[in-house]
Design a protein around this ligand. Structure first.
Ligand SMILES: Nc1ncnc2c1ncn2[C@@H]1O[C@H](COP(=O)(O)OP(=O)(O)O)[C@@H](O)[C@H]1O
Ligand SMILES: [Mg+2]
Length: 234
């Protein structure tokens, strides 16, 4: 469902770019929960941004759900993002003035879905993440773990096939991080949604189906976790 072939990216002056990603190739089959690990500055977020169509590679290509990504087409990017991608960030990125359900429903607002249908869908998704009783709370009235659950519900409401999560447990204490990780795993299994998750946490990474390790912009290891049940390729 995701293929990267020889993706390269550099920053800085075009004459002397500093390489950040070098010849990155891998593919993910549907339903895989994959961790991306590696030291700070190794290119993990850059890779996630390229897959999320927020940044463009200098070389190589990306195929999302059998579509070859054209990074010069803002229209295609908007369509693909809307139809198949969900994002989760370390800092939650919720809108402070909106209630939990309104935050969750935002992607549906952009799709022009009427208010009552948005509200019903958001409430159902909040229930899925265990927050049915917090729908009217604003982000400041929620704990870190609850905020990340709201963000997860928002990422999932458009029924994406791929969730891109950049350190989703990075601002949470270790107990809450485990809870959010368990929820991610449960959603991964029940919805068969593919997840690509950047994490610093070796224990959390080990619970994923697969771990891809980066160093200086290159993949240095790529292994399936013996503990996890690996889904069949789609
Ligand atoms: N927009 C940018 N402009 C210039 N350099 C950048 C930019 N984004 C990332 N970098 C550089 O690219 C390297 C990789 O960054 P990043 O992908 O954020 O790494 P990671 O997420 O693994 O910590 C770093 O050296 C960083 O300074
Ligand atoms: Mg990063």
């Amino acid at each position: 469902m995701l293929q990267l072939a020889n993706v390269g990216k550099g920053y800085g002056p075009p004459t002397q770019p500093i390489p950040v990603l070098k010849d990155v190739s891998f593919s993910l089959s549907r339903g895989t929960f994959c961790a991306l690990v590696g030291p700070s500055g190794s290119g993990k977020s850059t890779l996630l941004n390229i897959v999320g169509l927020l940044d463009k590679p200098d070389t190589g290509h990306v195929i999302l759900d059998d579509v070859l990504v054209d990074y010069s087409s803002a229209q295609q990017a908007a369509r693909l993002r809307n139809a198949m991608l969900g994002f989760v960030f370390q800092s939650f990125q919720l809108l402070p003035r909106l209630s939990a359900w309104q935050n969750v429903a935002l992607p549906l607002l952009y799709r022009g879905i009427p208010r009552e249908r948005r509200r019903m869908a958001a409430l159902a998704m909040l229930e899925r993440v265990g927050l049915a009783d917090r729908s009217l709370h604003r982000p400041t009235e929620l704990s870190g773990g609850q905020r990340q659950r709201v963000a997860l519900a928002r990422a999932l409401i458009g029924e994406p096939s791929l969730i891109l999560a950049d350190e989703p447990t990075g601002s949470l204490d270790s107990v809450t991080a485990i809870e959010v990780m368990e929820l991610l795993r449960q959603l991964n299994r029940s919805l068969n949604v593919t997840i690509l998750m950047v994490t610093h946490d070796r224990d959390l990474a080990a619970q994923c189906d697969r771990q891809i390790e980066f160093l200086d912009g290159r993949i240095v290891s790529d292994r399936l976790s013996p503990a996890a049940a690996v889904p069949m390729p789609a």
